[in-house]
Design a binder for this molecule. Structure first.
Ligand code: ADP
Ligand code: MG
Length: 232
């Protein structure tokens, strides 16, 4: 593998949670390198640290030790504001329970990451382009006739597709998904996996966490977490 092509490189990641007097060692030396264009599944038993790892890779959480480099850049060096900007622009997140805002329409939900990037004036200037992109993404997700709906008026599979459109809004270099099919029946989950496969074929780098080996088989590479480490 060519080092230049690594979009993300994690070295010797350690993470321990402290609950009262108990220490829970979750990550104990995780090394991971992801190439541009890969579709990776991270599997492991419940509680094995998959979500913890994904959050650290996505800069939503920090390791106690070790480093995460994005295209060679050490993210620990970024101050909060720069890090938030970096995350908003570069990384898209999809979660098991969608995390959509019920008081907003489908279209407004998808627009959030674009709005978050702009000042008030910047937004006034760019919102038309953003709206067109959001509509195009929703169209791509088969939701063209749902843009005015509220999330609670949609099925689980439709909500997850809205969440995927939102994650793609800023054209992220990396898409991270935590058990994206975990709340869906197998047929609906299959539809979500097909969306990921299509995106990956078009070049999207994806890291998906799942506890389900069968779902993991759909990815190009499977990484297994055992006892806080990647098992080889
Ligand atoms: N914020 C937290 N505080 C304390 N313990 C936590 C916290 N988050 C996760 N844990 C514990 O760390 C372990 C790994 O959790 P997690 O990364 O969510 O695993 P997975 O996603 O593989 O199910 C679990 O034992 C969990 O209970
Ligand atoms: Mg989890």
């Amino acid at each position: 593998m060519n080092k230049e092509n690594f979009i993300l490189q994690a070295t010797e990641l350690y993470k321990t949670y402290h609950l009262g007097k108990a220490n829970v060692d979750v990550l104990e030396g995780v090394d991971l390198a992801i190439n541009k264009g890969e579709f990776i599944a991270i599997v492991g038993a419940s509680g094995s640290g998959k979500s913890t790892l994904l959050h650290i890779l996505g800069t939503l959480d920090k390791p106690d030790k070790g480093e995460v480099r994005f295209a060679g850049q050490n993210l620990a060096k970024l101050k909060m504001r720069k890090l938030n900007k970096f995350r908003n622009k570069t990384i898209g997140f999809v979660f098991q329970f969608y995390h959509l805002l019920d008081e907003l329409t489908v279209l407004e939900n998808v627009l959030i990451p674009a709005m978050a990037q702009k000042s008030v004036f910047g937004w006034l200037f760019s919102r038309k382009t953003a709206k067109n992109r959001a509509k195009e993404l929703l169209n791509q997700m088969g939701l063209a006739d749902r843009i005015g709906h509220k999330p609670y008026q949609l099925s689980g599979g439709e909500r997850q597709r809205v969440a995927i459109a939102r994650a793609l809004m800023n054209g992220p270099e990396l898409l991270l998904a935590d058990e994206p099919t975990g709340n869906l029946d197998s047929e609906t989950g299959n539809g979500i996996l097909k969306v990921f496969e299509t995106l990956n074929k078009a070049g999207q780098t994806i890291v998906m966490v799942t506890h389900d080996e069968r779902i993991a088989q759909r990815a190009g590479r499977i990484i297994t977490l055992v006892d806080g480490k990647i098992s080889i």
